[in-house]
Design a protein around this ligand. Structure first.
Ligand code: 3PG
Length: 213
């Protein structure tokens, strides 16, 4: 199964920022896997993101681990060297997109405007990150954008939680929702792995309900 399909099947993508990858990356990978959410977008906003990616992939080889908040080609290289399986960028940078396409690694650039979508179309991308989702017009904007651009699926991130996950994931344009609500700094810093497992399970339940009902 390709990476787009695997992400879509899981339905939620935890956005992870680790201050202590040596301590937290392995237990976090196990908790996400146990919770039924074996995927992570590890943000380069924290130093040591590549180390976190490497540890998560080694700990849970079946897990899908990507790099987030990627801003430079050097970070793309670092992420790939660490074993990242996809790249996420906050905005649309044509050079970075071209670089990832050349390297054959899936890239989900942040797109929220018709201009962004036009640019993404030129690269033949199929899945876009819609970021920051709530702040950019949320579900109403995602639906409006899908009228002229029905070829894209989107991964909204920013302001999504258990409260609005069902509303978002019920929209057929949306293949998965990103968020940090199940992997907050408090949960990670305090090693609340059981709570993380629980939040993942609840998310999976919501995705199932939305898709079956
Ligand atoms: C991201 O980096 O993609 C977002 O900041 C995550 O947004 P959230 O914290 O509102 O889920």
């Amino acid at each position: 199964m390709d990476i787009n399909n695997r992400i879509s099947e899981i339905g939620v993508v935890p956005v992870i920022k680790l201050s202590n990858p040596q301590r937290d990356a392995a237990p976090l990978a196990k908790a996400l896997t146990e919770g039924g959410v074996p995927v992570a977008e590890v943000t380069f906003r924290a130093a040591g993101a590549d180390e976190a990616i490497r540890i998560m992939r080694e700990t849970c080889p079946d897990m899908l681990v990507g790099a987030g908040t990627v801003l430079t080609m050097e970070q793309v290289d670092k992420a790939i060297a660490a074993g990242a399986q996809f790249i996420v960028t906050p905005g649309f940078d044509p050079e970075l997109v071209a670089y990832c396409c050349e390297k054959n690694i899936p890239i989900y650039p942040g797109c929220t405007t018709p201009t962004d979508y036009h640019a993404a179309l030129k690269f033949g991308l199929k899945v876009l990150k819609f970021f920051p989702a709530e702040q950019s017009g949320g579900l109403a904007k995602i639906k409006a954008m899908s009228a002229p651009f029905p070829m894209f699926k989107v991964m909204p991130t920013g302001g999504i939680s258990l409260k609005n996950l069902k509303e978002y994931i019920s929209c057929p344009v949306i293949c998965a929702c990103g968020g940090s609500y199940m992997v907050t700094a408090d949960l990670i810093e305090n090693g609340k792995w059981d709570e993380i497992i629980d939040l993942c399970k609840k998310s999976v339940e919501i995705v199932k309900e939305a898709r079956n009902g």
